[in-house]
Design a protein around this ligand. Sequence first.
Ligand code: PXP
Length: 237
Amino acid sequence: MTKLSVNINKVATLRNARGGNVPNVVKVALDCESFGADGITVHPRPDERHIRRADVFDLRPLLHTEFNIEGYPSNEFVDLVLKVKPHQVTLVPDEPSQLTSNAGWDTKANLTFLTEVLERFNNAGIRTSVFVAADVEMVEHAAKAGADRVELYTEPYATLYPKDPEAAVAPFVEAAKAARRLGLGLNAGHDLSLVNLSYFHQAIPWVDEVSIGHALISDALYLGLQQTIQEYKKCLL
Ligand code: PXP
């Protein structure tokens, strides 16, 4: 079964726009769970422009599903994750100023750094995932560094999908096969949507988890959160 982890950063962005507590990020996360989400993802950034450190601590004891914290492994981020002990940490290579993640790790060039960071999380019993492009060499070096899983960066798939779905998914199938051969778990995320998710899942049914934020929260404006989550879950059957 492929799990759906809902990334709630956008909900925090909306809340932060007015400085109060509307919408309530914790309530939305709990509602996502009760509507069928299998996990919640957050990406606390140093400038706290969406999810804040305090949100991460608030969410941890209340969630009933899998908690995934993603981010660049700065010292502050590593300390936060080790304190909070989520089920999974996803390492992304983005700079603090970036609008959103726009590339996977060069796991070959960063092998030593990633190996050291992953060891700290592995020793703490936190499952690790490394965000990579659909590139077999990057998957292989994530395995070498000691990752439990890779998360495939699906933006290039989403962009090409409307024109040529088969060509769009092909490199992802190859990278996913490499992950399976190496005994790595497999996640995927970025720009997945109701338009492109079913096809991706049919091509790679052994994906463990998809992490979806922007499109899902946007769809909820039209469909409501409950129906939206059910629609995304249907794409994963
Ligand atoms: N995975 C990672 C590593 C991300 O950084 C993001 C965006 O925060 C996502 C998944 C979700 O992407 P989207 O918001 O486009 O669904």
